[in-house]
Design a protein around this ligand. Sequence first.
Ligand SMILES: NC(=O)c1ccc[n+]([C@@H]2O[C@H](COP(=O)([O-])OP(=O)(O)OC[C@H]3O[C@@H](n4cnc5c(N)ncnc54)[C@H](OP(=O)(O)O)[C@@H]3O)[C@@H](O)[C@H]2O)c1
Length: 268
Amino acid sequence: MDLSLGGRRALVTGSSSGIGEGIARMLAAEGARVVVHGRNRDRAEGVAAAIGAAGVAIGDLSSDAGAVAVHDAAREALGGAIDILVNNAGGSSTGNTSKAPIDIPVADWVSNYHANMLPAVRLCRLAVPDMVAAGWGRVINVSSAVAVQPNNLGADYSGAKAALNNFTVSLAGSLKGVGVTANIVSPGIIMVDGLLRFGRRKFGDATLSIEQVTQRLAAEKVFDLPPAGRLGTPEDLAAVVCLLASPLSGFVTGANYRVDGGQVRSLN
Ligand SMILES: NC(=O)c1ccc[n+]([C@@H]2O[C@H](COP(=O)([O-])OP(=O)(O)OC[C@H]3O[C@@H](n4cnc5c(N)ncnc54)[C@H](OP(=O)(O)O)[C@@H]3O)[C@@H](O)[C@H]2O)c1
């Protein structure tokens, strides 16, 4: 299938590692001009060189000024406005695993809002007007399975992702007939370097393979394997993001695509 992504200008936030890196790599392989983003310049430049990106944009998206700097740098590297905005940067900023919601300090709720919800709001405020003016654009927000089915990862994190979902559907509803779509992609548990390092550290063996770490973490009930019988990969996410970014997906907006191996048990 030809996704017709050639020459489209894309910013993938948080693409200096993990899921974002996988998304940036696949968009670039499909012919898009991609800007790699992160806070760490060395990591971002390493990924950009490896995937043949148009450039990098460096900045912390937990502040308005950081988002403006990232948006400006991306536009410059792309030589024009952003067509495809993938808001992927995030992750729990507090690590309140297994804490009851009422034991989580208010500051942690605010922190996760800044890490997981407001970066997308900030960048959409900057980039979407250009998409509307051009009559074409794609916003894809990377949320989490826990936004709709909270677990023990911390209600401050899952609550911020739920707010991101709500924002995305509201945004889609406000973009009537202008050629710009806004959708959510919700990962389940994805095997990224951080999880592999966590597992190897936990079991004191730096040689463990991804499969061995997965099986041992599942055996210790750190998580349950989903019906797919394995954890997800960044490529699992990237494939769905590329499809949503494509002109072929023009009738898909305000949707939440779960890429979780069947983790969330829900009919919609
Ligand atoms: N992995 C999973 O199992 C999983 C499951 C559900 C949802 N998710 C979501 O998927 C997204 C990517 O997660 P991941 O596991 O791939 O994480 P990761 O490997 O830790 O990568 C996170 C990326 O986001 C960047 N980043 C984080 N906070 C930022 C901020 N405030 N400003 C700018 N950049 C920031 C990091 O940049 P630097 O490294 O340069 O700082 C890095 O590029 C996140 O939104 C996460 O919530 C992940």
